[in-house]
Ligand binder design. Sequence first.
Ligand code: PMP
Length: 449
Amino acid sequence: AATAAAMSSSDNHSAFTRAQAVLPGGVNSPVRAYGSVGGDPRFLVSASGPWVTDVEGRDYADLVCSWGPALLGHAHPEVVAAVQEAAARGLSFGAPTVAEAELGEEIRRRVPAAERVRLVSTGTEATMTAVRLARGYTGRSLIIKFAGCYHGHVDSLLAEAGSGVATLALPGSAGVTAASAAETLVLPYNDLAAVEEAFATRGHEIAAVITEASPANMGVVPPEPGFNEGLRRITAEHGALMIMDEVLTGFRVGPSGWWGYENSISPSPAGGPAYTPDIFTFGKVVGGGMPIAALGGSAAVMDHLAPTGPVYQAGTLSGNPVAVAAGLATLRLADDAVYARVEEVSSILARALGEALAAEGVPHVIQRAGSLFSAFYGPTVVDGVRDYATAQSQETFRYRALFHAMLDAGVNLPPSVFEAWFVSAAHDDAAIDRILAALPGAARAAAEA
Ligand code: PMP
């Protein structure tokens, strides 16, 4: 902490003032601003394991984990060493490397249906490319997405999106043309009847259904049993593709993402996965904190991408060697023990959060999807949240109070009620104790809000 304080040139408020004068809102991604919870976002200078340190030298037990990538904790020594070693050999070549094939093979080993993989730099690029590929493959235009799901800031996918769009209570985004919006059908999540109906009327125009594998951008709203399988069945019946967005869940909720997790819970009677999407998108953990994302799918579909096929996609920094080194090191370290630990930590914290809220009489529900969890607040959610409309009906002001009480007690939570709490395998007793000690007071603050 002393080093961090020495590194800071300013207190947190002046850092924010300075940033606001040059960066819109003082941030480079809206979810980092404290838009819905109020106050100055903490400016960070370093992170290690489960801890982050701000410009004033204060440390926080971190439950943001870079919004997902830090599965192993921050600055894992072996990942940092792999990055340093790769950087010393050159930052970017603009030519293929063997390590890119290794990362592709590691992804395919975990998700065999990703027979071919394309590496990109952000989750947004992955979903944008998946949508273009689905349109190029099917020759159709329409995309179905679900309200409350976030797939990055792709024009056609911003309608009724989760994450920062939900936090700021926006219906979508200015700057998206009516023509683009008209090519997206937004349906309520967990509602297969609505999907059946859309396909019954416009099935021959629908290129793909894109869905979060298990949504976590409207809070955690898991698919009901059979929902993903139903999407697979309906899309296949109508010659449309199923795009499963595992940017957030992939390699976090288990070694093979939500798809592997769900299919090991409920494998088909014949054995093997109950369903297989056509295209997967990955991000976050796959880059271990560096900018890597990916899409993967059957060779038949993926080979429609240039240079083998007519669907164009490219990137100066795609498959960047330093980023690939971080991703490979992270996935190679993410063994069963890591997933077991992440699951254990999230169980402890989810239970403690529920107990603290119950002790203060705060109406709430805690929802989990593997190691992902979040709480919803208020009387309208207590029977469970299965869609965006219910998620939006909650008492967001309670989270605002809880968030600040936790921050004051040295815990860094996502600054929005619509986000999951992310844990890492590096969350040790000291970090867990910090969080457990903070929860009762924070629950009281939520009760009194
Ligand atoms: N899809 C999902 C499910 C996400 O959670 C996110 C980011 N939170 C994205 C896509 C977009 O990824 P990126 O921010 O890297 O563009």
